[in-house]
Design a protein around this ligand. Sequence first.
Ligand code: GLU
Length: 443
Amino acid sequence: MKVRTRFAPSPTGNLHIGGLRSALYPYALAKRNGGDFILRIEDTDKKREVLGSKEKIGENLKLFGISWDEYYVQSERLDIYKKAAEKLIKEGHAFYCDCKARNAKTEGFTKILRDPCRDKNKTSGAIKLKVPENETVSYHDLVLDKNISWDTNDVQDATLLKSDGYPTYHLAAMTDDLEMKITHVLRGHDWMPSTPIHLLVYKYLGGQMPELGHLTDILDPEGGKLSKRKGSTSVEGLIAEGYLPGAILNFIMLLGWAPKDNKELFTLEEFVKAFDVKGLQKSNPVFNREKLDWFNGQYIRQFSDDELKIKLQIQNSKFAELSEDKQLAITGLLKDRIVKLTDINNFAKFFFETPEIDKNLFGESYKEHLKMAINVIENIKDFDLENLNNKLMDAIKTNNFKTGDFFMTLRIAITGQKFTPPINDSIIILGREETLKRLKSSL
Ligand code: GLU
């Protein structure tokens, strides 16, 4: 049987890393086995839909190299769900209910499992599932690798088709899984409690139901489930922060899945080859930003200087206006030192903007330091890194300066900051004239 998996996002806003992971794992499962990966937009809750997000989901997936073999939009398939619901009515597994929707919170009742309409033989309204009494439903979870079962006496007569003709997730997703011949479902853990409803719907609709697996929750380092409100966890937000798609994807691969060896760096292709559902972890992973930073650094260093230069040009237009030589030299200096592409904006700002100097940062002997540096730099014959290093070191010795203090003065006068790329390298890139200008203005 051909493996067929799906990613079934609801278009309710930005794609978050949890969503990307819910796409990545089924994608890998399908591709690992020469199967099909399906993108199915679940847009039947029109109240929650955010305009434009449907299109963006696809664009975002492509950015990560995740492509799909088939594409469906549920709101274009309403007649299929209506037919499925009517079949359940006809076969005695569902019933009509034309009561006004009741709100447990405002009316002060706890969830009622058995709907008063279930035995009234009504002929119009919403369609609800007629949950059988005294049965057990169970399945084997693909991720948790165990059997899970429910007594149907604890399962609610859930709404399948609303009176406006739109299906709920319980009907639409199960109908589609069967109709699209999905073989494996990997979905968010929050769907676990409604799984008994889904098992009944699959069974009554008939056909081969997929294997189900529930993925772990991604946890916030500060505790609780990763919240969309704290920091950016949307794919677009992370990219805007300067993270590379390859690094984000690699980070997510290992957020709930582990390879047999300890390999950490995976391209998408390598991941597909290595992917095995048995490696899906049972305990919840924590979103660890230092780890994401580490991955990003690794991916930055994989670029050639030329490739990285182009990425940095996109980040900073002033950098892009410098001469090619300067851009390359700065790129070389930054490559081992930046974590995110956006770091160029702070870390290398002094290359394209005259810094404001806070004189309070200087130590006691800063004037002597500056005078000496000006004198040395004015008198170097061949202005290159080696000569600069040597002449400054000689002068430091002759003047009995403390090396660290001297270079801190130099650093502050030239960059306005205490943490910068190596200062002598930076001076060579800035050039003699600009360097002297800055040193003199600090005096
Ligand atoms: N539309 C559901 C969601 O976004 C899909 C869950 C599933 O994969 O079945 O949570």
